[in-house]
Design a protein around this ligand. Structure first.
Ligand SMILES: C[S@@+](CC[C@H](N)C(=O)[O-])C[C@H]1O[C@@H](n2cnc3c(N)ncnc32)[C@H](O)[C@@H]1O
Length: 257
């Protein structure tokens, strides 16, 4: 599962639309002026490595992830890309960060918040380790509006919900973020919104079509027969050119007062 996840994160991190969304928020916080950047839930280090590789970036990026295996992968990729002098990757939990004091100029949570049991605690920890005047960026899919159309129109909403439940614990996190940020005393400086919609043949969603069967099964949201039928239906739609998939991404920039 971890190998599959690492490949999907890396494939997504090479998608030009996805990179464009990352660059939008990195530009908005003038990340090249930052000395200390924190990438929480860094996975294979897609964002940390993007920052470390930017022309003019002379600071340090620290990536933290719960999975030691993904941290090891991030270290290997940074080394092979010649970025190891500007990056550090460590295993850790956003719910209890080891950093004392508020030393980060920019803290990024990139496609993490919807996966957490308690996003408010994560926001409070991110705010705690970010210096006054520093920026906190939260970027993720508004999973509650994600959809992959399947053959049985009568069950389409139910199947969407099973897919969402198999993927995240907080499908409405991105629309609840303004309220959550208020309780963490963060003010919204900017919000970016994006629609990714693919009709006919998928590109961004291609990895999901390949992995949806095992994903639904391992999440226990449907039977093996059902998971196989949904996966086969989506693959048939790709071959026939009748695929429809869409999701909305949001990028919030918060400022710590
Ligand atoms: C969808 S992945 C995103 C990875 C990376 N930010 C990217 O977009 O390529 C979510 C990541 O958050 C990590 N994660 C989940 N819960 C965490 C926690 N409590 N503390 C730190 N990392 C966590 C997972 O291990 C996983 O690598």
């Amino acid at each position: 599962m971890l190998e599959m996840m690492a490949s999907r994160l890396e494939a997504r991190g090479k998608d030009t639309r996805f990179l464009g969304m990352i660059d939008d928020y990195l530009d908005a916080v003038s990340v090249t002026d930052a000395q200390q950047v924190l990438d929480l839930g860094c996975g294979t280090g897609v964002v940390a490595r993007r920052i470390a590789g930017l022309d003019g970036f002379a600071g340090q990026v620290t990536g933290i992830d719960l999975s030691p295996q993904l941290v090891a992968k991030a270290c290997d990729l940074a080394t092979s890309e010649g970025l190891s002098s500007k990056t550090t990757f460590e295993a850790g939990d956003i719910r209890s960060l080891v950093f004392e004091g508020s030393r980060f100029d920019v803290t990024v949570l990139h496609t993490l918040i919807s996966h957490l049991d308690n996003p408010v605690v994560a926001l409070q920890e991110a705010a705690r380790v970010t210096r006054a005047g520093g920026a906190i960026v939260i970027f993720d899919d508004d999973y509650a509006s994600s959809t992959l159309e399947t053959a049985d129109a009568g069950r389409a909403a139910e199947i969407d919900n099973a897919m969402i439940e198999a993927t995240v614990t907080q499908p409405r996190a991105m629309r609840r973020l303004p309220r959550m940020a208020k309780s963490a005393r963060l003010s919204i400086e900017r919000c970016f919104s994006y629609l990714i919609a693919e009709v006919g043949k998928p590109d961004f969603f291609a990895g999901l079509v390949d992995t949806i069967g095992p994903m639904l099964l391992s999440a226990g949201v449907c039977s093996e027969d059902e998971a196989d039928a949904i996966a086969a239906d989506l693959k048939a739609a790709v071959v026939e050119g009748t695929f429809f998939g869409a999701c909305n991404y949001y990028g919030y920039v918060f400022r710590k007062s």
